[in-house]
Structure formats: C-alpha cells, structure tokens
Design a protein around this ligand. Structure first.
Ligand code: AP5
Length: 191
C-alpha cells in the first residue's frame, strides 16, 4: 500500500508516518528529513537548498521529483511507502502519478490531516529535536510563511485528489493516538 499524508506544517504528518511505519512496516519517506540530512552532510544538494528550506519556501519541483523518483525505487519501499511532505505542488502530484503508472504502481490512499492555524503555531513553537535544538524554520515568522506557502501552493492540489474521490479528511486536532486510530480505520488496516 502506498499512502500520501497531506496537511499544513505541524499537522502531525511525520508523527503519524512514523507510527504507520512502526505498526505496518510501510516505509516513511519524509522529504523534509531527506533535505535536512543533505544539509547536515554538506552535500551539493544540501548547500543549494539550505537557504530555501530555512526561509520556509519550496525547493524547485524538478529537484523534489527526481529525489522521490529515486527514493521510491529503493528496495525498502517495495512493501509500500508513506509519502510525508510530497507532493506539495500540482506539478509534483502529476509527476508522482505518472512515475508510478509507468511502473505499474499507484497511490492507494491520500489522507489530509486538518489542523487549525493556532494549533500549528503552538505545536511548532514547542517542538524541539532530541538534543533540545530547534529547527531553523520553526521560528514564528518562518512558520507563518510556511503556512502561507502551504495555502498558496499545496492547498490548491487538494481538488486534484478530491475530485477523483481519492482524498480522506482526518481530524488532526485529536490526540496523537486518536489521530492514529482514525488513520488506521480510514485505511482499513488491522493491527
Ligand atoms: P517538512 O519537514 O516536510 O515540514 P512540514 O511539512 O512543514 O512539516 P513539519 O515537519 O513541520 O510538520 P509535520 O506535519 O510533520 O508535523 P510533526 O509530526 O512534526 O519540510 C520542511 C521544508 O523542506 C519545507 O518547508 C520545504 O522548504 C522543503 N520541502 C520538503 N518537501 C518539499 C517538497 N515536496 N517540495 C518542495 N519543498 C519541500 O508534528 C509537529 C509537532 O506537533 C511535533 O512537536 C509533534 O510532537 C506535535 N504533534 C503531532 N501530532 C500532535 C497531536 N495530535 N497533538 C499534539 N501535538 C502533536
């Protein structure tokens, strides 16, 4: 099963993707984590995208599409994957469907985690890495920009999935475990 988790910054996509990976063996593919790993390693890609990511803007579509095209071909994705942070634009959504169709594969479910803006701002103000450090893009001004970029570029792709009857809406304002249960139920999975 291949799943897309959609939702604004701080909606809980990463949290829920990790739980699905733990419980069902589907591979989490977090584009944000992939970019941050490239940045931490100082690769050419990481150096190129750092200022974009830290300012809360989107990395260009061709870069992201190439990353996902390669990542989803890796053997650990053969049993199914969860896309956390991709697609984020109409071009990415169309490219994803095309690349999977060319492999005789497809996206089986698209889940949208819905969370209020006030809740997003509160969650990201509190978020800390295990070492206590903060993500550069969690500064309040950058969080506001990320929310605006989501509204401008990602929210418009919702009809792409909704019109095809592929989108399931999940109340992301509930506790972490309640959101997980709602996702498991929407996907028809059994523990
Ligand atoms: P990315 O890392 O994907 O950031 P994001 O989408 O803004 O998502 P977050 O990681 O902030 O939030 P989340 O929804 O995963 O929530 P989380 O589970 O962490 O991308 C970063 C940047 O990379 C982008 O801005 C862009 O520059 C670039 N990029 C990435 N993909 C791209 C693409 N496809 N195209 C172009 N550019 C791209 O939860 C947040 C917090 O809330 C945590 O502290 C968590 O513990 C808490 N929490 C979670 N669920 C709950 C709950 N139910 N109740 C209470 N607290 C909760």
């Amino acid at each position: 099963m291949n799943i897309i988790l959609l939702g604004p910054p701080g909606a809980g996509k990463g949290t829920q993707a990790q739980m699905l990976e733990r419980d069902f063996g589907l591979k989490q593919i977090s584009t944000g984590d992939m970019l941050r790993a490239e940045m931490a390693a100082g690769t050419p890609l990481g150096l190129n995208v750092r200022s974009i990511v830290e300012s809360g803007q989107f990395v260009p579509d061709p870069v992201m599409i190439a990353l996902i095209e390669n990542r989803t071909l890796q053997p650990d994705c053969a049993g199914g994957f969860i896309l956390d942070g991709f697609p984020r634009t109409e071009s990415q959504a169309e490219a994803l469907d095309a690349m999977l169709a060319a492999r005789g594969s497809r996206i089986d479910a698209v889940l949208l985690l819905e969370v209020d803006v006030e809740q997003i701002v509160a969650r990201l103000a509190e978020r800390r890495a295990p070492d206590g450090s903060r993500r550069a893009d969690d500064e309040p001004e950058t969080v506001r920009r990320r929310i605006q970029v989501y509204r401008d570029q990602t929210a418009p792709i919702l009809p792409y999935y909704e019109n095809a009857g592929r989108l399931r809406r999940i109340d992301g304002m509930q506790s972490v475990s309640a959101v997980h249960e709602a996702i498991v139920s929407a996907l028809g999975l059994e523990k």
